[in-house]
Write a protein that binds this ligand. Structure first.
Ligand SMILES: *Cc1c(COP(=O)(O)O)cnc(C)c1O
Length: 475
């Protein structure tokens, strides 16, 4: 950088470098400013001009043509726009989209998160001034909602599984069905997590079918086994000639042989969504009622909260987890804690979680409501300038829950389809992603589909503006 160094440019060289004001007046700069904002353009140009002056001082002869400078600025801005994390409109139709941050938070959760950004009494009992536990803010609520004896909250479900195995397994054999040795994504593989937890994996059954007698034999062969681990297959499904034991039957077997049944449930639904066409997704309460000793689940999937992992079950198991040294390495931060508490409060009557929690609202919204929103978007667009070279129409589609939940159960959806004669679907989709606001859709047969199930009413106006910008120069 040039800071502090005397400007030793010759008057000639100084004159060769175009002035900021002159660059900003050019048409190419105006286009860049509309796309990336005046402030970002100015910052990029300042950096570029400083680099040019520095290389002139070093005796080099950089290109000082305004058009070339603006071209380079445009390339840098484009790269920066792709690289940074920005708010986006999720028009993919996938409600729990891991690449887009999973569940969007309810306004109540956002509010509490902002409050917690300052000093908070996270580990202090205000009446006595004595030290408290951060778990005290969440545990009673989780017990109330799930009927679990105790609960513990950590960073995510992956940590909850690892902590449970390390603290409870203590190196003993862990019995898992071959049909459940899945990779969930992001490198989270059941066999590897068991190894990381310091336990020994004992596989039972076959890939497609595992029976109670397989577990019985494994328990007889491994008298030191401590845990039967049941895992939710997440976004993997086997169909056809498959079976696995009923959860309650497995719980009875575990109890009769003095071993623990631990379930990695993943999704963590607290409400039964089967009447909304989302069958197949067990709730935490059902698992506990079936006799599972410890259930582990995510807070940012079907629960609709921030990233966190929850362990709910027997007190003695929760205590083992709490006391394990890994617990400290996995503890939940105050912002997520505040957001999770607020989200869990929305499950308590008189609040209706299906309305109050955005992910649940999107998952359960009737098709007609989604379609009506798609129609309003089309009306907004028809009232604006005519899109050039892009045809807009509404199509009936299928949306998905995402987050490993219910991959076989599409939700009826409605999408705006953008078909261009001149632009490929991927070019148009990229323009939308880099727009202001950024819009993420999906590409089907070289058209872009913008799904309305995952777009809320307040986003419609901004979405229309982004679509207009992306399609303004497409012929
Ligand atoms: C998603 C999932 C996990 C990981 O949960 P995170 O909260 O993302 O760590 C673990 N197990 C199952 C079955 C899952 O579906």
């Amino acid at each position: 950088m040039t800071a502090g160094r005397p400007d030793t440019l010759s008057p000639d060289a100084r004159r060769a470098v175009p002035a900021m004001g002159r660059l900003l007046e050019l048409e190419a700069a105006r286009i860049l400013a509309r796309r990336h904002g005046q402030a970002a353009l100015r910052r990029t140009l300042e950096t570029l001009l400083a680099e040019i002056r520095a290389s002139l001082r070093d005796g080099a002869s950089p290109l000082c043509e305004p058009s070339i400078i603006l071209q380079e600025a445009g390339a840098r801005l484009e790269t920066a726009a792709c690289a940074g994390m920005r708010g986006v409109i999720n028009a993919t139709g996938v409600v729990i989209h891991t690449n887009l941050g999973r569940a969007p938070l309810a306004p109540e959760a956002v509010h509490e998160m902002v409050q917690a950004a300052g000093y908070v009494s996270i580990e202090m009992a205000l009446d006595s001034g004595a030290r408290g536990s951060r778990q005290d803010h969440l545990e009673p609520l989780i017990r109330e909602l799930t009927a679990a004896e105790s609960a513990l909250v950590v960073n995510n479900c992956a940590s909850a599984v690892l902590l449970a195995l390390a603290a409870i397994g203590e190196g003993a054999p862990v019995i898992v069905s071959r049909g459940e040795l899945v990779e969930i994504g992001g490198g989270f593989r059941v066999p590897e997590i068991i190894a990381q937890g310091g336990c020994r994996l004992v596989e039972v059954g076959a890939t497609n079918r595992t029976h109670i007698r397989d577990y019985e034999r494994a328990l007889a062969d491994n008298p030191d086994a401590r845990i039967i681990l049941r895992t939710h297959p997440s976004n993997f499904r086997m169909t056809g000639f498959t079976s696995r034991p009923d959860l309650a039957a497995l719980a009875r077997l575990a109890r009769s042989r003095g071993v623990l049944l631990i379930e990695d449930l993943g999704g963590g639904a607290l409400v039964d969504l089967s009447s909304y066409g989302l069958a197949d997704e067990p709730t935490v309460q059902e698992s506990l009622a079936a006799g599972v000793d410890l259930v582990l689940f995510s807070a940012d999937k079907l629960l609709g909260g921030p990233q966190a992992g929850i362990a709910a079950g027997q007190t003695k198991l929760i205590e083992l987890m709490e006391r394990h040294p890994l617990a400290r390495a996995m503890r939940l931060d105050k912002l997520s804690l505040a957001a999770l508490k607020a989200t869990l409060e929305l499950y308590r009557p008189p609040s209706d979680p299906l309305r109050a929690i955005p992910a649940l609202r999107m998952l359960t919204e009737p098709e007609a409501v989604v379609r009506a929103r798609a129609e309003r978007l089309l009306t907004l667009l028809q009232a604006g300038p005519e899109p050039r070279g892009v045809q807009l129409d509404l199509v009936a589609t299928q949306s998905f829950a995402g987050g490993g939940a219910m991959p076989m159960h599409p939700l009826p959806g409605a999408a705006l389809r953008l078909s261009s004669r001149t632009l490929s679907g991927s070019t148009l989709a990229r323009r939308l992603r880099l727009g202001e606001p950024s819009v993420v859709g999906r590409i089907v047969r070289d058209d872009v589909l913008l799904e309305l199930r995952t777009v809320n009413e307040q986003e419609l106006g901004a979405l229309a503006v982004s679509i207009q910008q992306a399609t303004a120069f497409s012929d």
